[in-house]
Ligand binder design. Structure first.
Ligand code: FES
Length: 632
């Protein structure tokens, strides 16, 4: 017979059990706490400071209803709202803090299961890492992509459109009035980025890993499908908790095969480079070392088939209408392990079959960017496979004819948001580069760098701080040519701190005005998943801990050889040694508090930027130590 973990708090007639029952009763929980019904914690990360997560607030009721109907008792607790736009220097500085918060909520309170309401880039991985360490049955519900703003009959993909418009401004093709109208059009309501940025990528990967109901990652913010996802997740999670099967705990779900499926999916999406860091960190909590070279190998084998910005032309709404994750995995079924468990406990294979059975439906309807509507009140329960009918998108092997993609963001969307493997958007998504500039590796997203020269040697133009780069990059007298390699250091996990998305260095105005749209850029920071261009990021080790990228000087020759996967600076070892000996590291400004703690414990990009004391290499480290339940 099932006995919930929370029973230790509530069952009995001691003064301590009485105190616990009264405490929840004072919070308005009127259910019989001695009945053995599980307490399901809803981690609510909504905030008006974070428009990406704001829609989650309205999903709480839907989730509570599902939990109650399935026999659970919902309790809601707030968690830090990590919003990408407003938190500085970067929400990434707080991802590990959120993970600690979720883990310690789960450990210290009488919770039997976790429903994570998350959305923005760091919000979902941070919460998932905490839940994985806590090892309670867990599901996630995301806020969903926001509607697209429309300007001049073109849908605006979040982030991607902004970077494009800014380049046009710098090149002189977009004037002040057009820049202002663009700003007005860009504000189109709450929800996550509607492109294949980090939030969308992570939502889909969370689904693939088995922590989000199949087909729900792409449902629009405020839509009926989104509310339905919250409701059904409440039901499914409670049923999972009541089943009390150890196979349903994160440490059993997050296997090497599950991470391999996630990497295959990431490559097929041409997804955010940030996802690589988060997957490595999540795997590290499970004692699994995700090797960047594995990603490189998979990337050579799995083409990019999601025709979604910034790698492609569509938006998340198109991906969702094309059947979302089940349809994507159906197309990838020879490349993934379809016997792994989806979030409803059934093998993915059953969902792929469901995707196949509805083949022939139109993959995409014209989108106008305004279709998302909040519908309040109860929504009809669904069975988890019917909410997003999925067409088969497999094409015959000789099907080389296809509708060309619409221009990015155009109202017509894209003809095939999920392409067949025989007709990809790009042949490979990522490359992992090493050399004397990046001994522990660096990453480039090839899917969003179509103009990258596979072999390139050019002189470096180096900035050792973000502030300096921002001051100088648009200087009309900047000594720069299209062959110059822009280098930014001080953007890493320790140096910034937090590893902000400073790696997309703008094309200098002097070159933009000449029509240059891309050039090679290198940094020890990250890049936005919504951004594009020839940006080598995640250079490890970073400058702030003595990495060689910090020793590069303006004028040094940097060489990239993509086929050899190499990234080198043309300085001999003796000169590098001499520069290292002479280097004076800048004193960090933060001498106390969270930034100090963060700098002391954060790992480099190749370890997922997790804290050394949060990773768990051994079963003993992964053991969840329960609190003594007595007087507080
Ligand atoms: Fe929050 Fe993109 S900025 S999801």
């Amino acid at each position: 017979m099932y006995t919930p973990r929370s029973a230790e708090w509530f069952v009995g007639d001691s003064e301590i059990s009485v105190m616990h029952r009264v405490a929840l009763r004072n919070s308005g929980v009127t259910e019989d706490l001695e009945s053995g019904r599980p307490l399901i914690g809803i981690a609510d990360s909504s905030s008006t400071l974070n428009p990406c997560n704001l829609p989650l607030r309205s999903l709480v009721e839907d989730a509570e209803r599902g939990i109650r109907e399935a026999g659970g008792i919902p309790v809601v607790f707030p968690v830090m709202s990590l919003g990408e736009d407003l938190m500085k220097p970067t929400a990434m500085l707080y991802r590990n803090l959120l993970s600690i918060e979720v883990e310690e909520y789960a450990r210290s309170y009488p919770l039997d299961g976790l429903l994570l309401l998350a959305g923005c880039d760091k919000s979902l991985p941070g919460a998932l890492m905490g839940a994985a360490s806590a090892n309670l049955p867990t599901l996630a519900v995301v806020s969903g992509p926001r509607a697209a703003g429309v300007l001049d009959d073109t849908r605006l993909g979040t982030g991607t459109a902004l970077w494009r418009a800014d380049h046009e401004r710098q090149s002189g093709t977009r004037g002040t009035a057009a820049w202002k109208s663009f700003e007005r059009a860009l504000a189109c309501g709450p929800g996550t980025c509607n492109t294949m940025g980090t939030a969308s990528t992570l939502a889909i990967l969370t689904e693939v890993l088995g922590f989000m109901l199949p087909g729900t990652a792409g449902a629009a913010a405020g839509s009926v499908a989104r509310a339905d996802a919250a409701y059904r997740s409440g039901i499914t999670l409670t049923e999972t908790v009541l089943r009390a099967d150890p196979a349903d705990t994160p440490q059993r779900i997050l296997t090497e095969s599950a991470f391999r499926n996630a990497l295959v999916t990431l490559c097929a999406l041409g997804g955010s480079p940030n996802a690589v860091i988060h997957l490595i960190a999540l795997a590290g909590r499970m004692g699994i070392t995700l090797d960047a070279d594995t990603l490189d190998r998979i990337s050579r084998e799995v083409p990019v088939i999601a025709d979604i910005e910034p790698a492609g032309a569509g938006l998340l709404a198109d991906f969702d209408r094309a059947g979302g994750t089940p349809s994507l995995l159906h197309t990838l079924d020879t490349l993934i392990d379809a016997d792994l468990r989806a979030a409803d406990g059934r093998p993915w294979r059953t969902h792929l079959r469901a995707a196949e059975t509805v083949s022939g439906q139109s993959p995409v309807a014209p989108a106008n960017g305004t279709e998302a509507q909040r519908v309040s009140g109860p929504v009809a329960p669904a069975n988890g496979t019917e909410a997003h009918p999925a067409p088969s998108l497999d094409a015959p092997a000789d099907d080389t004819e296809h509708e060309p993609s619409a221009r990015p963001g155009h109202l017509a969307g894209t003809a095939r948001p999920i392409r067949p493997l025989t007709d990809p958007v790009a042949p490979e998504a990522f490359a992992v580069l090493r050399g004397n500039l990046a001994p522990r590796g660096s990453l480039i997203r090839l899917a969003t760098a179509p103009d990258l020269r596979r072999v390139h040697t050019g002189p470096a133009l180096v900035w050792h701080s973000y502030a300096q780069m921002r001051r100088e990059v648009h200087d009309p007298n900047l000594a720069v040519t299209p062959d110059t390699v822009l280098v930014l250091t001080g953007a890493g996990p320790v140096g910034a701190p937090g590893m902000p998305e400073w790696g997309v260095i703008p094309i200098p105005r002097v070159l933009a005005a000449q029509g240059v749209t891309d050039m090679l850029r290198i940094s020890d920071g990250r890049m936005s998943g919504t951004a594009f261009g020839s940006c080598i990021v995640h250079v490890s080790p970073e400058a702030a801990i003595g990495g060689p990228i910090g020793l590069v000087q303006t004028g040094d020759l940097i060489s990239l050889d993509l086929d050899a996967r190499s990234l080198n600076v043309d300085i001999d070892a003796a000169e590098l040694e001499a520069r290292l000996a002479a280097r004076v590291q800048p004193e960090p400004a933060d001498l106390r508090g969270w930034p100090l703690l963060y700098r002391r414990h954060v790992g480099q990009a190749d370890t997922g930027c997790d804290f050394d004391f949060l990773t768990a290499h051994t079963p003993e480290q992964r053991r969840v130590v329960q609190p003594v339940v007595g007087l507080s």
